[in-house]
Unconditional design. Structure first.
Length: 247
């Protein structure tokens, strides 16, 4: 992306909005497209301003950030806009609801400034990013409480056995290189499988693939989870690099 990443800040606290604006505009590759003080306004501005990323608070008056995220991600007019949820509330239910709603990232407000800027870039590039503090609980605890979603079974019908293996390893948080080594494939082949999975599952990114993997029962919580890096779906590297974000 040659032009600066355009960010819409959605937070009902003026002081926080001012702080985020100051931080975002302190670097040349990011800029603030607008500010919203409620979820309803966030939806309206996202559709009108078409920002690259919405930095979305969860608890706001009226329409909350989770509903606003769902509405933005479901609107075809906002297809180029991604949502990064930022909140003080470290609750697994929020993480899961945000990802189900289409969010591409979830960070806590105690995240370091440099990490927040990185997250905005990662999400704008079409990747996904989760705070390390919430990733393990999302996998080990909350996702395992959900029964497989019968409505998604039809989408899995078109997934090949090999793609299902790749999906299972993506949901475990493994990068493309590790998946390739585990399955005896080239990294390029793994990327092809991931791209096909994204299309077949109608997923925005790998974060949504993880949710679908749990909702369909392809993966269940528990067992030994391999350690794959700092983030579930946002290792260092761009979409074409050897990272789990990139197809």
């Amino acid at each position: 992306m040659n032009r600066p990443v355009r960010v819409l800040i959605a937070d009902d606290q003026a002081l926080l909005r001012a702080g985020f604006r100051l931080l975002i505009e302190s670097v040349p590759d990011l800029t603030v497209a607008g500010e919203a003080v409620s979820g309803e306004q966030a939806v309206e501005l996202a559709l009108r301003l078409r920002p690259d990323v919405v930095l979305m608070d969860i608890r706001m008056p009226g329409t909350d950030g989770l509903e606003a995220t769902r509405r933005i991600c479901a609107d075809p007019d906002a297809v180029g806009t991604r949502v990064l949820v930022l909140t003080t509330f470290d609750l697994d239910e929020y993480v899961y609801a945000a990802l189900r709603g289409g969010a591409s990232g979830f960070l806590l407000k105690d995240t370091l400034a440099a990490d927040l800027l990185t997250a905005l870039r990662v999400v704008a590039a079409g990747d996904a990013m989760l705070a390390p503090a919430v990733t393990r609980r999302l996998i080990r605890e909350f996702a395992g409480r959900h029964e497989p979603h019968p409505g998604l079974a039809r989408e899995l019908a078109g997934v090949t056995p090999r793609e299902r293996e790749v999906l299972r390893l993506v949901a475990r948080g493994l990068p493309n290189l590790v998946i390739a080594e585990h399955l005896g494939l080239s990294v390029a082949t793994v990327k092809t499988h991931v791209r096909r999975l994204l299309a077949k599952l109608h997923a925005h990114d790998r974060a949504q693939m993880v949710v679908i993997a749990y909702e369909t029962g392809v993966v269940t919580a528990g067992g030994n989870l391999p350690s794959a890096g700092r983030r579930l779906t946002g290792w260092d590297g761009g979409p074409e690099g050897d990272s789990p974000c990139g197809a």
